[in-house]
Ligand binder design. Structure first.
Ligand SMILES: NC(=O)c1ccc[n+]([C@@H]2O[C@H](COP(=O)([O-])OP(=O)(O)OC[C@H]3O[C@@H](n4cnc5c(N)ncnc54)[C@H](OP(=O)(O)O)[C@@H]3O)[C@@H](O)[C@H]2O)c1
Length: 222
C-alpha cells in the first residue's frame, strides 16, 4: 500500500519524525527525510532550493518538523514569534504548495500535518505554540476543500504527550509524573504509536478521511 511511494518527512532525525521514517522504510516506501543542512524549513530559500533539486514527484508529505518555545506572555519576544510562525506555520504551507504540484499529476496524494492537542485546546505559556498549531489545523481544513477534487487528502494528527526530546526539554520529570496521572491510559505515547496513525492516513487504506484533526492522546482531552 505504501511500497515505492515517494514520501517526504520533515524532522526525521529524532522523535516522532524518526519513528515515521523508520515505519515507512519498513513498508518499502521511498522515504525522503532531509537533514536540517539539506532542508532548513525556517528558510523559504532553503525550501525553494530543496524542491529545485528534488528529482521525484511526491505521493505524500508529512509536515512533522516543529519547535515549541514555551513562555509566559510578557516574556515572548519578536525573534521567537517570527521563528515559531516561520517554522510551524509558514513552512508547512510552503512545503504543501510545492508538493501538490507533483501530487496533482498522480491518481491521489496524501498530506499529514503534525499538530498538537494544543492546536485543539490550550494552556498557560503556550500562546505561540497554539497560535501555530491552531493555524496549521486551519490550513488542513481549507486545503481539504481545495485539493479534494484532485483526490489529495490532507489531515492533521494532534498528539498529546509523547516521549521525545521536545517533551523532556519543556517539562521537568516531576511535572511529567503529575501529568501522567491525568492521562486515562496512564502513560505518554511512544513515537511509534503516532507513526502508526500517520502511516494509515498516508496509505491507500485511507480512502475517505480528509480535513480532520485527529487527536491521539491516551484520552487526555476527554
Ligand atoms: N513531543 C510531543 O509530546 C509532541 C506533542 C504534540 C505534538 N508534537 C509535534 O510533533 C512534531 C515532532 O515533535 P518531536 O517531539 O518529535 O520533536 P523533536 O524531538 O524536538 O524533533 C524535532 C525535529 O524537527 C526538526 N526541526 C526543527 N526545526 C527545524 C528546521 N528549521 N528545519 C528542519 N528541521 C527542523 C529537528 O531537526 P534537528 O535534529 O536538526 O534539530 C527534529 O528532527 C512537532 O511538530 C511537534 O510540535 C510533539
Amino acid at each position: 500500500m505504501l511500497k515505492n511511494k515517494n514520501i517526504l518527512v520533515t524532522g526525521g532525525s529524532r522523535g516522532i519524525g524518526k519513528a515515521i521514517k523508520k515505519s515507512l522504510e519498513c513498508k518499502g516506501a521511498n522515504c525522503i527525510s532531509p537533514s536540517r543542512n539539506e532542508l532548513d524549513i525556517s528558510s523559504l530559500r532553503s525550501i525553494e532550493a530543496f524542491f529545485a533539486s528534488l528529482d521525484v514527484e511526491l505521493d505524500g508529505l508529512v509536515n512533522n518538523a516543529g519547535i515549541n518555545i514555551v513562555n509566559p506572555v510578557e516574556a515572548i519576544n519578536d525573534v521567537d514569534t517570527e521563528k515559531m510562525i516561520k517554522t510551524n506555520l509558514i513552512a508547512p504551507l510552503k512545503l504543501i504548495q510545492y508538493a501538490v504540484k507533483g501530487m496533482r499529476k498522480k491518481p491521489s496524494g496524501r498530506v499529514v500535518n503534525i499538530s498538537s492537542i494544543w492546536g485543539v485546546r490550550s494552556k498557560e505559556h503556550r500562546s505561540l505554540y497554539s497560535l501555530t498549531k491552531f493555524g496549521l489545523n486551519g490550513i488542513t481544513r481549507a486545503l481539504a476543500r481545495e485539493l479534494g477534487p484532485d483526490n489529495i487528502m490532507i489531515n492533521s494528527v494532534a498528539p498529546g504527550y509523547v516521549n521525545t526530546e521536545m517533551t523532556n526539554q519543556n517539562i521537568s520529570s516531576d511535572t511529567q509524573k503529575e501529568i501522567v496521572e491525568t492521562i486515562p491510559l496512564g502513560r505518554f505515547a511512544s513515537p511509534d504509536e503516532i507513526a502508526k496513525l500517520v502511516l494509515f492516513l498516508l496509505s491507500d487504506d485511507n480512502t475517505y478521511i480528509t480535513g480532520q484533526t485527529i487527536v491521539i492522546d491516551g484520552g487526555f482531552l476527554a
